[in-house]
Design a protein around this ligand. Structure first.
Ligand SMILES: C[S@@+](CC[C@H](N)C(=O)[O-])C[C@H]1O[C@@H](n2cnc3c(N)ncnc32)[C@H](O)[C@@H]1O
Length: 404
């Protein structure tokens, strides 16, 4: 039992550290909050036997994921949210969702055992903050999208890597995604043929943008000084092009905060995506555009990419940037790249797992600072500054034409 004694000393030391840190915790400072959450997680490992930890990783979590996926198919969380004050029992719920009571009871019990929902009495449940968040479409759609599109790629990765002799994937048409889905299509071509999953993906991108500081937040990036001052006030001048901007949530936020600055705001994405985005609010324009082709908007003040370039291997990324560099006006246009920049040490798991996600689906990566410093000059661009925010979150790379 020597290891148990050693372990209880560690648990007690970690608990003391936890209590000490929690006394000064400011929940609004994400770095503090995340460090504490990391500590709680490592405490969990200390309290579990290896068997329990391994079982949690390989059985409990995937099956919880499965339960949520089924619950979403049944609209279970929406039904549980009806008249929030009343906890629901299994027989009422089974009738409402149209499922066998025994089956539903088993799914609910498992979700309650992992605190995804709360068990208020025997066979009676109510939503927790986490399951209630699944009422939002961005949060809910993350599950079917990741379950149906990403998981088959993750599962295929070990066999794919063995077959490709553990080479780093760099070919967008030959990734665990194609291997797992038995398709020759790229990820985006595939989404183009499955509108429901494409819609879920776009909503999932909405989730990716929540609960984290944005460069657009007060005190993060001096938008007015860097983009606003000196921006052209001519009638057709463009203040920002959001390239590959999806449904336009960043541009909408930009307009809400800086709509008083002069210049047009233009959302660009593939025609099918722009169509899905529908009619944007007054003052925002949308334009179907393939970013591998010449950009029709010349000399904008800002060309902005959010979570786009990390989706392409280096050669493709350079092709996209070449088109932007060609559209930029020397001494005036800025390029802003909002992406995770992986630090040399202590990378956060949010960042490292995004890196692997990109690898498995599109043979791309979350790039390091060195990689960006190497890539941008290859297409005539230079980094002015990398604006860094919280650990694990995206940075903002400010760049311009080299020689400006
Ligand atoms: C990961 S999403 C990012 C969307 C948005 N910028 C955001 O942060 O939510 C990548 C976007 O690139 C778009 N995209 C992919 N290929 C494209 C292409 N060839 N031309 C323009 N947009 C493209 C996709 O449709 C998608 O909206």
């Amino acid at each position: 039992m020597g290891s148990t004694i050693k372990s209880s000393a560690r648990v007690s030391a970690r608990l003391k550290e936890l209590v000490q840190k929690s006394e000064h915790l400011n929940m609004d400072v994400a770095d503090e909050r995340r460090q504490l959450s990391h500590l709680v997680q490592s405490l969990g490992y200390e309290l579990e036997t290896p068997m329990e930890s391994i079982y949690r990783l390989i059985v409990i979590q995937p099956l919880l994921y499965m339960c949520v996926r089924v619950a979403i198919n049944l609209n279970l969380f929406e039904i549980m949210a009806e008249d929030e004050s009343v906890p629901k029992n299994v027989s009422q719920l089974a009738l409402r969702v149209g499922a066998d009571e025994t089956l539903l009871g088993r799914l609910l019990k498992n979700m309650a055992a992992s605190d995804l929902i709360s068990e208020t009495a025997s066979d009676t449940y109510e939503l927790t903050t986490l399951s209630a968040s699944l009422l939002k479409i961005s949060h809910r759609d993350a599950f079917p999208f990741c379950h149906d599109v990403l998981l088959p790629s993750f599962s295929a990765t070990p066999r794919f890597l063995a077959e490709t002799r553990y080479a780093n994937p760099t070919n967008i048409t030959d990734t665990p995604f194609q291997f797992g889905h038995h398709t020759k299509r790229t990820f985006f071509e595939y989404l183009g043929t499955y509108p429901e999953q494409a819609q879920q993906f776009n909503n999932f991108m909405g989730l990716y943008a929540t609960d984290r500081p944005r460069w657009l937040d007060e005190g993060h990036f001096p938008v007015r000084e860097i983009l606003g001052e000196g921006a052209s006030e001519e009638k057709d001048a463009v203040l920002m092009v959001d390239v590959g901007g999806g449904k336009g949530h960043d541009l909408i936020l930009f307009q809400q905060r800086y709509g008083d600055l002069p210049g047009r705001l233009i959302l660009q994405d593939l025609p099918s995506v722009v169509k899905q985005a529908g009619q944007l609010s007054a003052g925002l324009e949308s334009m179907g555009h393939d970013f591998f082709t010449e950009n029709p908007i010349k000399g904008a003040r800002t060309y902005y990419f959010h979570s786009v370039l990390h989706g392409w291997p280096d050669e493709k990324c350079l092709d996209i940037l070449r088109q932007i560099a060609a559209a930029m006006k020397r001494g005036y246009s800025k390029l802003l790249i909002n992406e995770i920049v992986i630090p040399d040490t202590n990378a956060h798991r949010l960042a490292t797992s995004m890196d692997l996600l990109m690898m498995t689906v599109v043979a791309a990566e979350e790039r390091t600072e060195q990689k960006w410093k190497y890539l941008l000059p290859l297409v005539g661009l230079k980094i002015v500054k990398i604006w860094k925010f919280e650990i694990g979150t995206e940075s903002l790379i400010e760049a311009e034409l080299a020689g400006d």
